[in-house]
Structure formats: C-alpha cells, structure tokens
Design a protein around this ligand. Structure first.
Ligand code: IMP
Ligand code: MG
Length: 434
C-alpha cells in the first residue's frame, strides 16, 4: 500500500495540518519526519481547535499509530506538555511513538538561538526562537543529544558534559552570556528521559511493517519547502529538510525513496511568510490586511501558530511554487484557503519576474536578486460568492474553476484536493489521494 508524503509547498502554514487530518482517515500510521516545535499545525475537529507543534496531526484518530521520526528535533518539555494537553481533553496518546534516534533540543540550543539572532542585528533570520536551528547544527557537528541518550543516565552525563562545556565557552566568550549549569541540566534531562521512555521506540520498523502489511502510511511534513536548507531562500531558511527532495521524508523516518509512492504538496491560494527573507509577491496594501484578517474573529487569521507574529501576505507566486513542485517531485497539489479569496473582485498570480529588463521564470539563488525582482502578474476575475459549502469541483463558480485550472498549468501539477474552510468536511476532493 502506498506511503504518501504531505509537504508544505511554500513558506509554511499552507494548511498541512488540516490536509493531514483529512487524509489520516485512511492511514494506519501517521509520521512526522522533520523540523521541531518551530512548526505549528492548527486542526479543527469535533473536539475543538488544537494547535500542535510536535505531535503528528493524526493523533485525533485513536486507532492510528502516530510517530515522531528521527528527523524531528524534539524539545522534551514541549512534547510532554502537548501530550498532557491532549490527554486532558480526552485524546488518547498511548499509540504515540518517538524515535530513539531523534535529536533533543537542549537548553543551550534555545539560548544560542536567541543570542545568535541578537548578534545578527538587522540581518536576523527571524527564527521562531525554539532552538531548532542550533539543535540541527549540533547534529551535523556530531555533538547532538538523542532521545536514546536521555534514556540511560550513564550515557547522558558524558554527552551533556562534552556538548555543554563547548557551548558554555561559546555562550560566555563569544556572546558574553551566562553559562548553563551542568548538574542542573543533567538532572533535569535524566528526569525528562524517564517521562519520555514509555514513548521511545523503533520508528523504521513501525513504518515499514505497516507498509508491508498493506496499510496506508502518511508522512507528515512541517514548515514549507521554500524554507528548505538546500532549496529555500538561503540564508533565510530553517535548519532541516521540510521538503521531500532527496527523500528528506524517507530520511526522517528511516526508509528509502523507493518506498514512497506519492508526494502531495499543500499550497495556499495566495502566499504567506513569517520571519525575514525574500518574498517577491509581498503586498502591503488593503488586500494584505483583508487576507490576513479573514476569519480573525474565529482565530483563523494569518498569525503564526507558534509565535503569534502577523504573517506577511502576498499573491500566489507561480515561479517559486513551480520550483517547489519540481524539487519535491510532487504528484499532486492540495490547494487550501480558496474561500479566503471569495470576496475579491480579481485575483493575481505571479507568472514570472522582471529583472533588469529581462524576464526570469526560474527561481534565482541569490537573496539580493530576489529582493530586486518585480513580479509579473496575470489577473483573473474573482467569483465574489461563498465557496465554503461547495463539495464538488463542478459546483465551484466558473471563475474559481478557471483559477484552479490556471494554477495546475503554471505549477505543472494536478490539483487533487481543495479546501474551502477549516472543518474536516470543508473540502472538494477532485481525485482521491489514497
Ligand atoms: P527556525 O526554524 O525557528 O530556525 O526559523 C527559520 C525560519 O523559518 C524563520 O523565517 C521562521 O519564521 C520560519 N519557520 C520555521 N518553522 C516554520 C513553520 O512551521 N511555519 C512557518 N515558518 C516557519
Ligand atoms: Mg504552521
């Protein structure tokens, strides 16, 4: 049976949580494969509204196994807090498994995230400040602490000593900060390890066994592909692999690329970005305010799930989006928040960039170039009627159908799913993904 990957196609917050929640119905295993609690998913279902940062969005189906893969950076306190919050609302978390190979976000990672952003001044990345970047730096520097290390005090202390004695020198001598206490840290993380122990396990075995038994597996991406360390708008990117390119998804749960049968990219019908960095189609006018505050009274406005920051808003950028379709090897698109465009008299899509009198149709690598390009827009008529109750493609207003067909052409990928509201049933399934 297929292993399907769901990735964010843009700069995050495309509505992956909502799409995963919908697709999870058919899956037996739902696995997060990258990022950390910098990510945030909002899910609305019959139990209420939930904001998840680490736990996979499949958790609301009690019969599913939910997995946090080795590719995820885990802050134990945040994960345990999320588990407690879910349990207190009657959501069963007993089928949650955390990879013993996952990297742990330690106190120095959070401190270094803060100090490094301060030191960058007006060139700050605009990180979420959760320590995720420095945690992945330690992973690559082979200094990271993994979940497996937390489970045995004898293993934990020497690893913390090695990492913290290095980082305390950096914190105090490079940044002039306060050192972190070694004994406190060892005691606290040994205790957190005890609490996490019942969840720790072998993720690869769970994913592959389900696959071989003939069950559906859903690999849930976090953040967005344009924040990818390799393909994103470097250096304004995150420090892990949100895309499925080079099988980032397989890597993050311990399987190979040949096991993956489909990759679904979630795109918003417009664009948003939080944090700094290039955003060619960014808007600063009334349309931006209107799109940002659409549904704000129901908590549905464009404000970060993790940080509460107002999101930057712009028109759909087909140059950036097509690039993302290509490096992700997408088989289908899920287009979200179509209903947010309902009231607009006309809708723009960026089909190319103008740079020094030349037309550019591929994504430039340099941020200084991306800052200078002028988007070339195609303007499509709006539909100016509600789509929130529509469930079939043919029942969408003709202008909305034309918009979607144009998106398919420009992005070179079919739209299989359209969401027209936050609730599970507010979706138009053009082609069943599972
Ligand atoms: P970091 O991942 O906290 O290091 O932040 C790096 C960049 O990625 C910043 O621009 C963040 O705002 C952005 N970012 C990280 N995670 C998410 C996410 O889940 N959604 C949207 N943006 C994110
Ligand atoms: Mg988000």
């Amino acid at each position: 049976m297929p292993i399907v990957v769901v990735v964010g196609g843009q700069w995050g917050d495309e509505g992956k949580g909502r799409i995963v929640d919908l697709l999870a119905r058919k899956a037996r295993v739902v696995a997060r494969y990258s990022a950390g609690n910098n990510a945030g998913h909002t899910i609305v279902n019959e139990r209420g509204e939930f904001k998840l940062h680490v736990v996979p969005a499949g958790i609301f189906y009690p019969e599913k196994t939910c997995v946090i893969g080795n590719g995820v950076a885990v802050d134990p306190e945040v994960l345990l807090g999320e588990i407690e919050g879910l349990e207190s609302k009657g959501i069963d978390t007993s089928k949650l498994v955390l990879s013993d190979r996952a990297q742990v976000i330690m106190p120095w990672h959070k401190e270094l995230d803060r100090l490094d952003e301060l030191a960058r001044g007006d060139k700050a990345i605009g990180t979420t400040g959760k320590g995720v970047g420095p945690c992945f730096v330690d992973k690559v520097a082979r200094r990271g602490i993994r979940v497996a290390d937390l489970l045995r005090t004898e293993d934990l202390r020497p690893r913390i000593e090695a990492a913290l004695s290095f980082h305390n020198r950096v914190i105090t001598r490079v940044y002039g900060g306060e050192p972190i206490d070694m004994d406190d840290c060892c005691a606290r993380y040994a205790e957190l390890g005890e609490k996490l122990a019942p969840f720790a396990g072998d993720v690869q075995d769970i994913v592959l066994s389900a696959h071989r038994r003939g069950d559906y597996v859903l690999l849930e991406g976090a953040q967005g592909s344009l924040l990818d360390l390799d393909h994103g708008t470097y250096p304004y990117v995150t420090s892990s692999v949100p895309s499925s390119s080079s099988s980032g998804a397989g890597l993050g749960v311990g399987i190979g690329p040949t096991e993956i049968s489909r990759v679904v990219g979630v795109f918003k019908s417009y664009s948003t970005r939080v944090g700094n960095g290039p955003f060619p189609t960014e808007l600063f006018d009334d349309t931006a305010t209107m799109l940002r505050d659409h549904g704000k009274e129901y908590g549905r406005g464009e404000y970060g799930t993790t940080t509460g920051r107002p999101r930057r808003i712009g028109w759909l950028d087909a140059v950036a989006a097509r690039y993302s379709v290509r490096f992700n090897g997408l088989s289908a698109l899920a287009l979200t928040r179509l209903d947010v465009l309902d009231a607009l008299p006309s809708i723009k899509i960026c089909t190319g960039y103008e740079l020094d009198g030349q037309i550019v149709e591929t994504m430039p690598a340099r941020e200084s170039v991306l800052d200078r390009v002028h988007p070339i827009y195609e303007e499509l008529p709006g539909w100016q009627q509600p789509t929130t109750e529509v469930r079939n493609f043919d029942d969408l207003p003709p202008q909305a159908q034309a918009f979607i067909r144009r998106v398919e052409e420009l992005l070179e990928c079919p739209v299989d799913l359209i969401s027209v509201g936050p609730a599970r049933e507010q979706a138009v399934i053009v082609n069943p993904i599972f």
